[in-house]
Design a protein around this ligand. Structure first.
Ligand code: ASP
Ligand code: MG
Length: 396
């Protein structure tokens, strides 16, 4: 099998393709790499996934979603109008077909369907639309690019909204379908989506497009994976919240993974491991200033980093206290942890005292009410929401 020494994966998120000018800009970036085989992974344009979520929840509650759907159609149509020269030789039928498919899924009877499965079927259209439109635009500019449906390559289990990757099948499908064709043409595909063995669309969790890029990079033994962002690289704090942030030009996989664990949202937490396993560099670069160096994450041994500040919003804090005058013991802890695990609640921070255990996690109404219901007979439960969790890593 051919190995491409300079094969690269580029990932462009929603902000980098939010309107026609942004799409022209990201295409200019791609055009700077004519000699490198590229796999381009795109998210949905702008805030499309949020919009699709709203449409889905309306559909689920039998409310009218038409206005939302019209707005979404209009948003994409405006971008298309601005992007393609009139008259264009490009056949835009694939875009219309996607809108028809979305409408017919939304028109189907929801009663007998699994809500999470329908969620994935609906929200996946953001990436299907963006990759189709951008692929056609690149062809219009004379670039050699093939559109590929990620659902035929990225195979997951049936955990809708948070699909777990079947690595073996996925790896060999990606290699089989890309290897022979990469010398002739670059590829554009969708982040965030996959499918089950029996062909149902799944998603990999919100913000999962970075992870898709890592899956392609690891499967193809890419030279590097680049995440193009609206920041100059990985900073020691979110520039929307802090002034005078500092750029890390180099981070180890370990350090970067820990940052994402604490909630640094610059890269999706699942992105690092597949790349670290194969020793593939992960680059974070600015799509506004592509000539800047950005951040390189690799196996390097780096010390004396400035402190990182991470803020996680929408947190809740739940304390489980014993009901009598005993101390909290391992038996109590194991009851609590068992339920947390069953509800798939991921603890961000915890503390125990003589008489209680306190855990902090991302607020989700459905999960919190199940947690309280299940444990209220065994424990005295105190509960707070709308909190921020602030982590300072490498503190001085
Ligand atoms: N479009 C998806 C989301 O907004 C995936 C991504 O952007 O990474 O969550
Ligand atoms: Mg995004």
């Amino acid at each position: 099998m051919e190995i491409f020494l300079n094969m690269k994966v580029f990932k462009f998120g929603g902000a980098s393709i939010k309107d026609a000018n942004s799409i022209r800009n990201m295409t200019d970036i791609v055009a700077e790499y004519p000699d490198d085989p590229l796999v381009i992974v795109v998210s949905a344009m702008g805030k499309t996934t949020n919009k699709l979520e709203q449409i889905f929840f309306k559909k689920l509650k039998d409310e009218d979603f038409k206005a939302g759907l019209d707005e979404l159609t209009e948003y994409h149509s405006m971008i298309i109008k601005d992007l393609f020269r009139e008259p264009t030789n490009i056949d835009l039928k694939p875009v219309n077909e996607l809108f028809n498919d979305l409408e017919s899924i939304l028109g189907s009877n929801v009663k007998n369907r699994n809500g999470a499965r329908l969620y994935d079927a609906v929200v996946s259209f953001g990436e299907l639309l963006s990759s189709t439109i951008i692929g056609l635009y690149m062809q219009d500019r004379g670039m050699k690019i093939s559109w590929i449906d990620a659902r035929n390559l990225i195979k997951t289990d049936h955990t809708y909204r948070e699909g777990n990757i079947d690595w073996e099948t996925t790896g060999s499908l990606i290699k089989q379908s890309l290897t022979d064709k990469l010398p002739e043409s670059d590829f554009i595909t969708q982040g965030f989506i996959g499918s089950t063995k029996d062909g149902h669309t799944t998603t990999l969790g919100r913000e999962g497009s970075d992870f898709t890029a890592a899956i392609f990079g690891a499967s193809m033994d890419a030279e590097s994976v680049t995440i193009w962002k609206d920041v100059p690289g990985i900073l020691n704090a979110d520039p929307k919240r802090f002034e005078k942030t500092q750029l890390y030009s180099n981070l180890s996989y370990q350090e970067a993974a820990e940052m994402t664990y604490y909630g640094a949202s610059v890269i999706h937490p699942k992105t690092i491991k597949p790349l670290a396993n194969k020793n593939i560099s992960l680059l974070v670069k600015s799509f506004e200033n592509p000539s800047l160096e950005g951040t390189e994450i690799n196996k390097g041994d780096i010390h004396d980093l400035p402190p990182t500040y991470v803020i996680k919003d929408k947190q809740c804090l739940v304390s489980f206290g014993v009901k009598d005058l005993t101390f909290i013991n391992e038996k109590n802890l194991s009851i609590i942890f068992h339920i947390l695990d069953k509800l798939n609640i991921k603890i961000n921070m915890m503390q125990n005292s003589a008489v209680s255990l306190t855990v902090c996690f991302d607020y989700r109404e459905d999960k919190v009410s199940k947690l309280l219901d299940t444990l209220k007979n065994d424990f005295k439960i105190l509960y707070n929401q709308d909190l921020q969790l602030i982590t300072i890593k490498n503190y001085t």
